[in-house]
Design a protein around this ligand. Structure first.
Ligand code: COA
Length: 260
């Protein structure tokens, strides 16, 4: 499939999605939102893809958020109604059973940071700049930022960032738990891909269920979350890979997982 605003590559179970509008810091316009929705809809049912990495083209930005040039187009009422039907691509990402890793170089602002927040693990450059800057444009985050950020960094820190629109650097993002790892700029994508390859080598069904247990479990009361964990752990006892994992350990060799 030929994409206009993103690039897609899949190698040995690792898919890399690159936001590809470097001349505008990978700002997201309507075609990019459509393509990301389409791409993640397909990925959600692609069993060959075990891990997804998402990054931005060029060295200066993951994404500077919504394409602000679209904001000054005259509003058309029918478009608002159309937009209401639209599923936010970050909600489509939530349906992906595969772990999603964000590789963040440069700016991750507004919708760009919201995209990173919809990922499972974030690796940022030391000099990355992250912020929900919408308030400066007299709007609020509309791609999940007001909900996902406080769940990650807590209410006070999220409100401080959202109300001020301030940008924070990589080390501060690491300190408050907004990103999981900070590395030198040139090492962001290699680090994300190395982690993705390591995860892709795990037993595929266990990898998916581990994500499901954590991500879905967080939305549940503890007793129901524990029930979900128990159900998934029990289901995993039916896999061939579970036997292979145990045998490989006892025979002191590397396991050969097949996803069955
Ligand atoms: N939408 C559309 N274009 C954008 C953009 C966005 N979100 N962010 C950057 N660009 C464009 C600029 O208009 C400029 O285009 P030009 O070369 O045709 O003039 C180009 O990208 C480079 O941006 P510039 O502002 O000149 O670079 P900078 O290094 O001085 O600043 C940013 C970089 C990212 C800090 C600054 O562009 C910025 O604040 N962007 C808006 C971020 C934002 O508020 N996002 C949330 C939107 S809801």
């Amino acid at each position: 499939m030929a994409w206009e605003t993103i690039r897609y590559a899949a190698v040995e179970g690792v898919a890399t999605v690159t936001l590809d509008r470097p001349d505008v810091f990978n700002a997201m316009n309507e075609p990019m939102r459509r393509e990301l929705t389409e791409c993640f809809t397909r990925l959600a049912v692609d069993d060959d893809v075990r891990v997804i990495v998402i990054t931005g083209a060029g060295e200066r930005a993951f994404s500077a958020g919504a394409d602000i040039r679209e904001f000054v187009k005259p509003p058309v009422p029918v478009k608002f109604r159309e937009e209401r039907k639209r599923v936010d691509f970050r909600a489509v990402m939530d349906r992906c059973p595969q772990p999603i890793i964000a590789a963040i170089r440069g700016y991750a602002l507004g919708g760009g940071l919201e995209l990173a927040l919809a990922c499972d693990i974030r690796i940022a450059a030391e000099d990355a700049q992250l912020g929900l800057t919408e308030i400066s444009l007299a709007i609020i985050p509309g791609g999940g930022g007001t909900q996902r950020l406080p769940r990650l960094v807590g209410r006070g820190k999220a409100l401080e960032m959202i109300l001020t629109g301030a940008r924070i650097g990589g080390p501060e993002a690491l300190r408050i738990g907004l990103v999981e790892r900070v590395v030198p700029p040139g090492e962001v994508l290699p680090a994300a891909q190395e982690l993705a390859r390591a995860l892709a080598a795990r037993a595929p069904v266990a990898l998916r269920y581990a994500k499901e247990a954590v991500v879905k479990g967080l939305e549940l009361p503890l007793a129901e979350g524990l029930r979900l964990e128990n159900d998934l752990a029990t289901l995993l006892r039916t896999t061939e890979d579970r036997l292979e994992g145990a045998k490989a350990f006892l025979e002191k060799r590397a396991p050969r997982f097949t996803g069955t």
